[in-house]
Design a protein around this ligand. Sequence first.
Ligand SMILES: *[C@@H]1O[C@H](CO)[C@@H](O)[C@H](O)[C@H]1NC(C)=O
Ligand SMILES: *[C@@H]1O[C@H](CO)[C@@H](O)[C@H](O)[C@H]1NC(C)=O
Ligand SMILES: *[C@@H]1O[C@H](CO)[C@@H](O)[C@H](O)[C@H]1NC(C)=O
Ligand SMILES: *[C@@H]1O[C@H](CO)[C@@H](O)[C@H](O)[C@H]1NC(C)=O
Length: 417
Amino acid sequence: MDLSKLNHFRFFGLRLTSLISKTIFLIVIAFIIRTLFLPKSFEFGIEQGLSGLKSGNPQMKFLEVPQIVWGLNNQKIAFARACLTARLLNRTLLMPSLSASLFYKEIDQLEPISFDKVFQFEKFNSLCNGFVQLGRYSDLENRSDIVTVQKGSGRRWTIERDLDQLNELNKDANDGSETIRIVGKNPFLWQDHWPVTDYAKVFECLVLVDEISKEADKVVAKIRELGSGSNVVSSNARVPYVAVHMRIEKDWMIHCKKREQRSNVSDICSSKDEITTRVSKIPGLKTPMIVYVAVADALLEDGSILNGWSHGLQPVEKKKLGVVEIYKKHPYLIQSAIDYEVCLRADVFVGNSYSTFSSLLVLERTVRMGGCRMDHVSSYAYNLKGESGGPRPWMTSLSDSSLEAISYGSNNISCLD
Ligand SMILES: *[C@@H]1O[C@H](CO)[C@@H](O)[C@H](O)[C@H]1NC(C)=O
Ligand SMILES: *[C@@H]1O[C@H](CO)[C@@H](O)[C@H](O)[C@H]1NC(C)=O
Ligand SMILES: *[C@@H]1O[C@H](CO)[C@@H](O)[C@H](O)[C@H]1NC(C)=O
Ligand SMILES: *[C@@H]1O[C@H](CO)[C@@H](O)[C@H](O)[C@H]1NC(C)=O
């Protein structure tokens, strides 16, 4: 901010030759910084006060959304949409329930799990301060001051109609009810009104609770430990690893074949052979290298996913690492969150560009890299052929105006600054 202000001054042609004009310049700068910072800290104080206040604040308004369902990454996207809706309505999002199981149709099997059993509540609010805030039901002053809003569904409920409804709600938001309760079927999963950067901002505020991140620490430690056995690096150096999110289970194969037919493309499904071959041709990959293969549990049974990797690559999965017990202690959602974390921390990640899990990982890895830098790629898509037969380099285009490419998959995976 300060640098751009300095440039601004030069732009206006201020020539700073004499000592006097330099002094004046410094006084002016000091004044600007003062005026810029004072209201900021003032605002900050108010915001802190607001989120610190529990009941008794007549201004606090809330948004309530239904239980969030489906796979980890669908839940993350739906949660982000709930947050961005709350932001649009200038309301605090009442901490929603996530779902511990993968079911989404069998209502009785959804296994609600509180958001703060998975992600840190206070941390979320501090990282997302000024952007979006989560509230607790104990913050509510009048639990019957609720207006219920039915979200539409089906083909006739277009993105435009959805946005119109939200904007309509916003008009009388300040004198509206304390709580707006949104009901409807998966109301946030498919309607998208926000740019990728808004989603990225919400995801950055999602930090796993210690109990889960410690489980990921254990898995990563096991990978590095096994890697150090075959690696030439000295034992106290950090052992690098590659993570491959391998989608070859039967369900996925049926799904991806159908999608290929529907969209008349042939690059969604990859066989195990294609994946292992492409991974071995990643440019500049040092061997020996340990490869963590993230796969559905059904594929762990016969151990065959560890066969067929090229010389120099040492594949491991949960069973080989001896960490099956770590995962087994937890429900589906947490298992998925651990695997996500292990892939996020990998030095190189290889996934399928049509998988939401892979796509969100690459989004987060791109953000951590500081944005679009195709010269610093550390993620690849094995379903797309890159140079010299390797997987294609993959970075998320953070300037995209919607999350569509990420939530539905794409074969256009290079980013533009
Ligand atoms: C947003 O809500 C806060 C109180 O929660 C209120 O003070 C502020 O004026 C609102 N801003 C807008 C733009 O409505
Ligand atoms: C709570 O809200 C309801 C509905 O708006 C209203 O009828 C009731 O008077 C409120 N109760 C209190 C104690 O403010
Ligand atoms: C599918 O794509 C191929 C080329 O990629 C094209 O020749 C063919 O006409 C397309 N089929 C349909 C039904 O669009
Ligand atoms: C691929 O993505 C980039 C960045 O989002 C976009 O500018 C470009 O038009 C896309 N290309 C195609 C063929 O869709």
